[in-house]
Design a protein around this ligand. Structure first.
Ligand code: GN1
Ligand code: MG
Length: 369
């Protein structure tokens, strides 16, 4: 198998004893690998980078290397002032000293260190968990806040640029395939109406960026709850993983994504919409955790757009899933027909719930910032 021969090309001591697919992620293929020597065992993450999403894998790895090198230095320099051990994946070099391996089919692979004794979860039901999700994101953003966005390459042009997703939707919707789905599936028709009613809010963050009110910074790009590692011994957040979307962006994309993912107790993949809502207890806890770390680097303007980012990112992800459903599932991996439609239903239901709670959410934000 290709993954096994690729695994042996990274600089890890010992011999391969196991390689297992882990079903994480909607984009890349991910494996957990175990190597053993006479005296020790090394476990690491092996990933094949999805080239149809990430067109320039070496640039993705360069960003990852710059950010992790910087963050590791900061983690070490602050180590004796914190209440926990913070971790962050390390890029494991290949035997020939590169940050990736290219296989015989031209596919790019990377190896990353595992976060010790920790677990990730795909749903949040306890405020303590939401608080840790907020804290982990705030910490990560803080320790990279002194890195200039100019040092990173835009490896995914259009990523989190909401107006571009609307343009993509407008193109897809005119295709025959999309028209067939719209006329045959009543839920698809309902979602199309939902999109129409929200066109005018799609530009809010990009307008603030264009006017100079909000600035580009290095961001994580994908701080959803499954990327937050919780320490098995202390229950505290210890790391954020999945660093391939680290690039210049607005910190609001991260905040909005963390909230839409960490404050919906039903998670992303439920088919029961009655359980999908923005839980204000979880929100309050996440905001508190986030601001413990973020209050020092957020500007006045940054604070003003926090609520809008939550509403927008939930809508944007729903729109991305819906567009992909209409396009025939070409971007997000699916396990069954209609999965992207269902994912869109969930995010749109969440967006509605966010709209209904706007006053209360703004009041919570005002209380802590
Ligand atoms: C994708 O691959 P994964 O699961 O880490 C997507 C994110 C979405 C997320 C939703 C590069 O992330 O933007 O928020 O699915 N990543 C990319 O589950 O598009
Ligand atoms: Mg990701």
């Amino acid at each position: 198998m290709i993954a096994e021969s690729v695994a042996a090309q990274f600089d890890v001591p010992g011999r391969l004893v196991a390689l297992r697919t882990i079903g994480a992620g909607n984009v890349n293929d991910t494996y957990r690998v175990i190597f053993r020597t006479v005296f020790s065992e090394e476990q690491f993450i092996l990933q094949r980078i999805n080239k149809s999403v990430f067109k320039d894998p070496p640039a993705v790895m360069r960003n990852m290397k710059i950010v992790t090198d910087h963050a590791h230095r900061r983690i070490e320099s602050e180590a004796d002032q914190t209440d926990r051990i913070w971790q962050l994946p390390r890029v494991i070099p290949s035997l020939d000293g590169k940050d990736y391996v290219v296989d015989s089919k031209g596919e790019y692979w990377r190896a990353l260190s595992l976060i010790s004794s920790s677990t990730n979860y795909d749903k949040v039901t306890e405020p303590e968990h939401a608080a840790e999700a907020g804290r982990v994101l705030g910490y990560f953003q803080r320790i990279i806040s002194d890195l200039s966005a100019d040092e990173l390459v835009d490896t995914l042009p259009g990523f989190h640029i909401a107006p571009s997703y609307l343009d993509a939707y407008d193109k897809v919707i005119t295709t025959q395939g999309a028209q067939n789905r719209l006329s045959g599936v009543s839920e698809a028709k309902r979602l199309a109406k939902f999109v129409e009613q929200r066109r005018n809010m799609v530009h809010i963050l990009e307008d603030a960026k264009t006017s100079g009110e909000l600035q580009l910074r290095p961001i994580h790009g994908d701080p959803k709850i499954t990327n937050v590692m919780i320490d098995n011994f202390t229950g505290k957040g210890t790391a954020i993983v999945d660093l391939d979307t680290v690039k210049p962006g607005l910190i609001h994309y991260d905040f909005g994504d963390a909230v839409r993912s960490g404050c919906n107790p039903a998670g992303e993949e439920t088919s029961d919409l009655s359980g999908v809502f923005l839980d204000l207890h979880l929100f309050e806890a996440l905001v508190k955790g986030y601001l413990t770390e973020a209050k020092d680097f957020l500007t006045e303007a940054d604070r003003r757009y926090l609520f809008d980012s939550v509403r927008l990112i939930a809508f944007e992800l729903g729109l991305r899933f819906f567009t992909d459903y209409l396009a025939g599932d070409v971007y997000f991996k699916v396990g069954h027909e209609g999965q992207n439609l269902n994912r869109a239903r969930v995010q749109f239901a969440l967006c509605e719930s966010i709209e209904a709670r706007e006053g209360k959410m703004r009041a919570i934000l005002d209380r802590y910032i």
